[in-house]
Design a protein around this ligand. Structure first.
Ligand code: ADP
Ligand code: MG
Length: 512
């Protein structure tokens, strides 16, 4: 599947070699007519008119059909919801067609350059695939075709709401587009996320509201948005009549501010208050903005009172949010589930799952290496894997530990653990069963002094702190004391096997 993406790109690269054959009432147009007919049957009139009718076929080259859309927003929407289907239908019509490129051209039907839009990509229609590869190089394949098709997405794309702006306009639906990759099937469950996952499942499957709200929180890139999308997909499949709204807090804010400006707040309230499930992602963004906070609070209460499900996510717990007290406490009434940082095992599981979905065999050593080294979050982990796979597909060199290290040098450096002296002191104290306070105390008995020396040694070798800085952290000791400790520990490591193992164990614990 990656191969297909790459082919498309290589095709684009062959500059000068021929140009797109334009569709002047040729069979390409006829094929498109038939495909449009099928699409209309599949998605219904309204969705067809809003999204698919404005599309115009531009031409075909190297097994790739280019389809023009008037705006970038539409391109993204079509990409997310319909491109795979169009590709499949086209392959039925013409087996030579391997891929579809959705391009932005403000005058889709004409071959000439569009006159509006200051955007470079709009001036010269540019296949999305090329764009996506550029993104892939930065290690982020959020919208990469290959990934999207590789993951089993839910079958039926959602139909856009029937009213609202006409086709082609930059519309702002209440709900944000869902990412077809973000389903429960594609979510790897492990210790750090099992509670959040179970709660999300429950919300998606329950007949009645069990806990309200479900509050998900974690650091970035650990799966909150994934779980919320998964809930929405699951409900759409299981109970399509339920009205589910998923949007970012920023978008909520934007809608509200706009409603204020157009004095349309009644309609605003009605819209939100008529939903069955409201999911607001990244709630931390509405902190501080008083009137929006207030409005969210009212909406929230109204929904909860009517026994509608609310799901929110944030980067911190309700009590740590910078919000009004009553909202904070209200948010904590349901179930609060945090997703913990990934463990090595979970990272392994995710890498295996993603490699399989990409259809690429990645050596176990490389997977283990990545799981070990890239611990910041899942997004980075995915990015790293995608980078390696893209490189492999482009250059054709086998994936090895060496190429991996080479390719990911910058990412690996950023992921090097920055251990703090506090952490070292805590770990070492735990390990030797002494009090944390003794790291800085004046006590000199061997049982305390030796662990303290080990901690100083580790502070010197694992952090970039200077000797005087380290000394200060250990109860204001002199830098020569630290130096002495380092020498002493090195000496002991060389002569005492058990001691050496102890230190090694601690080092490893602190580094992973
Ligand atoms: P957050 O919203 O917490 O910042 P996301 O949900 O956007 O994080 O996750 C970042 C990326 O990592 C997404 O591509 C998501 O699919 C992936 N991801 C996170 N957790 C998992 C998991 N447990 N299994 C599979 N993919 C995951
Ligand atoms: Mg998110």
């Amino acid at each position: 599947m990656v191969g297909r993406l790459i082919d498309g790109v290589c095709g684009e690269r062959g500059e000068g070699e021929g140009h797109r054959e334009m569709a002047h009432g040729t069979s390409l147009d006829q094929q498109w007519k038939r495909i449009q007919g099928k699409l209309k049957e599949e998605v219904g009139d309204t969705a067809f008119r809003s999204w698919l009718q404005p599309l115009a076929v531009q031409g075909k080259r190297d097994g790739e059909v280019a389809i023009a859309v008037p705006t970038r927003f539409m391109r993204d929407w079509i990409e997310t919801h319909y491109a795979d289907r169009i590709r499949a239908l086209w392959a039925n019509e013409d087996p030579q067609v391997e891929s579809i490129a959705i391009v932005v051209a403000s005058k889709p039907a004409s071959a000439g350059p569009p006159e509006t839009d200051d955007n470079e990509s709009a001036r010269r229609p540019e296949p999305v695939v090329r764009k996506e590869l550029a993104v892939a190089h930065r290690g982020d394949w959020e919208t990469a075709d290959s990934v999207r098709t590789a993951f089993r997405g839910p079958p039926a794309p959602p139909a856009p709401p029937s009213d609202g702006p006409g086709p082609g306009e930059e519309r702002d639906d209440l709900t944000s587009p869902l990412d077809p990759r973000l389903t429960f099937e594609n979510f790897v469950v492990g210790k750090p996320n099992e509670l959040a996952h179970a709660a999300a499942r429950r919300v998606a499957e329950a007949q009645s509201v069990t806990f309200n709200p479900l509050f998900l929180y974690s650091g970035v890139g650990l799966g909150k948005t994934h779980l919320m999308n998964a809930i929405a997909w699951a409900i759409r499949t299981r109970a399509p009549s339920r009205k589910v709204i998923y949007l970012s807090a920023e978008k909520f804010m934007y809608h509200f501010v706009r409603a204020l400006r157009f004095k349309d707040t009644v309609a605003f309230k009605e819209q939100y208050r008529s939903v069955d499930v409201l999911m607001v992602d990244d709630l931390q963004f509405i902190t501080g903005k008083d009137s929006t906070q207030e409005e969210f609070f009212h909406t929230f209460n109204a929904l909860v009172d009517q026994n509608r499900q609310v799901v929110v996510s944030a980067d911190k717990s309700p009590s740590d949010l910078d919000m009004e007290e009553r909202l904070r406490s209200r948010l904590g009434w349901g179930l609060v589930a945090d997703i913990h940082p990934t463990t090595y095992e979970l990272r392994l599981g995710i890498l295996y799952a993603k490699a399989e979905a990409l259809g690429v065999r990645v050596p176990q050593r490389v997977i283990e290496f990545l799981a070990h080294k890239i611990s910041a979050n899942v997004r980075e982990l995915e990015g790293a894997l995608n980078r390696i796979v893209a490189h492999f597909e482009l250059v054709g060199r086998p994936i090895t530990l060496e190429t991996t290290q080479e390719l990911l040098r910058d990412l690996l450096r950023a992921n090097e653990r920055r251990v703090t002296i506090d952490e070292i002191q805590r770990r070492v104290a735990e390990h030797f069963n002494i009090r944390f306070a003794d790291m800085a105390s004046a006590r000199r008995t061997r049982s305390v002094a030796r662990p303290r020396q080990v901690a100083m040694y580790l502070a010197k070798t694992l952090t970039s702190r200077s000797l005087p800085e380290i000394g200060r952290k250990f109860g204001g000791r002199d830098h020569t004391t630290v130096l002495h400790a380092v020498k002493k520990v090195e000496e002991l490591r060389a002569t005492d096997q058990n001691f050496a193992e102890d230190v090694e164990l601690l080092r490893r614990m602190l580094e992973t």
